[in-house]
Design a protein around this ligand. Structure first.
Ligand code: NAP
Length: 246
């Protein structure tokens, strides 16, 4: 019998990443919970995943640092011997208008949100190609599709992820590796918690369904995209935003 699938979810110590890890665990997939700073959060994710009866291991690593990504992958191979599913979820914001944005804030967001995916996908695609199986899901954003005031850096990183998704999907399709992106709208997490209530109110007015999304909504979509039911889908950007991008 085919051994259990193994998934790496980057930035799974809270929010959307945690919900993705938990949802994959519920589908009987072993999960590697990556985090950068929040060990307690990662342990909470681990407990919840283990309650589904799967292996859930925590691997710390700053995904914007190529050496640390290499170490995480070495540990995955030592512990599991393979990687079937990669979810690039780790992400940050450093908002501000372009005219006053510091180069460091532009660079940092690109490093964490985009370079990280370059490092992880390069390693994962090589390993997946050997096994002739792989599912990669990149967490982009509605902002990567239509831009947003104060988010030149973030939108560049998320649009970049979409370009990488489409290119890699073409490169790897013949090896049975599917690469897709998800473009969430407004999802209630720590990232959106810190927004000004007035901005939130404005955003809500733009959402046809009239409520914000939950991390679990994204977990469910990732779970579908990595399943056999989605095996004919590749290179796509799936919006999940309550209609915000209509
Ligand atoms: P969040 O609550 O702020 O969580 C971010 C996660 O990323 C944390 O687990 C954090 O780990 C991890 N992370 C940050 N820098 C990292 C690094 N250098 N290396 C490894 N992990 C790192 O954010 P969220 O709202 O769940 O967002 C998750 C993803 O969805 C992001 O890519 C975000 O851009 C995207 N997204 C979110 C929304 C939304 O409305 N919330 C909408 C569209 C897209 P530590 O805390 O351990 O450092």
């Amino acid at each position: 019998m085919e051994s259990k699938r193994v998934a790496l979810v980057t930035g799974a110590s809270k929010g959307i990443g945690r919900a993705i890890a938990i949802r994959l665990a519920q589908s009987n997939i072993d999960v590697i919970i990556n985090y950068n700073k929040d060990l307690k959060g990662a342990e909470k994710t681990q407990k919840e995943c283990e309650s589904s009866g799967v292996e859930a291991r925590i691997l710390q690593g700053d995904m914007s640092n190529e050496e640390e990504v290499n170490t995480v992958f070495k540990n995955i191979m030592d512990q599991f011997g393979k990687i079937d599913i990669l979810v690039n979820n780790a992400g940050i914001t450093r908002d501000g208008l372009l005219i006053s944005m510091k180069e460091g804030d532009f660079r940092k967001v690109l490093e964490v949100n985009l370079f990280s995916a370059f490092y992880t996908m390069k390693l994962a695609a090589r390993l997946m190609a050997k096994k002739r199986f792989g599912r990669i899901v990149n967490i982009s954003s509605i902002v990567g599709i239509r831009g947003n005031r104060g988010q030149v850096n973030y939108s560049a990183s998320k649009a970049g992820l979409i370009g990488m998704t489409k290119s890699l999907a073409k490169e790897m399709a013949s090896r049975n590796i599917r690469v897709n992106a998800i473009a969430p709208g407004f999802i209630e997490t720590d990232m959106t918690d810190k927004l000004d209530p007035k901005i939130k109110e404005k955003m809500l007015a733009e959402i046809p369904v009239k409520y914000f999304g939950k991390p679990e909504d994204i977990g469910n979509l990732v779970n579908f995209l990595v399943s056999e039911e989605a095996s004919y889908i590749t290179g796509q950007v799936i919006s999940i935003d309550g209609g915000m991008n209509i």
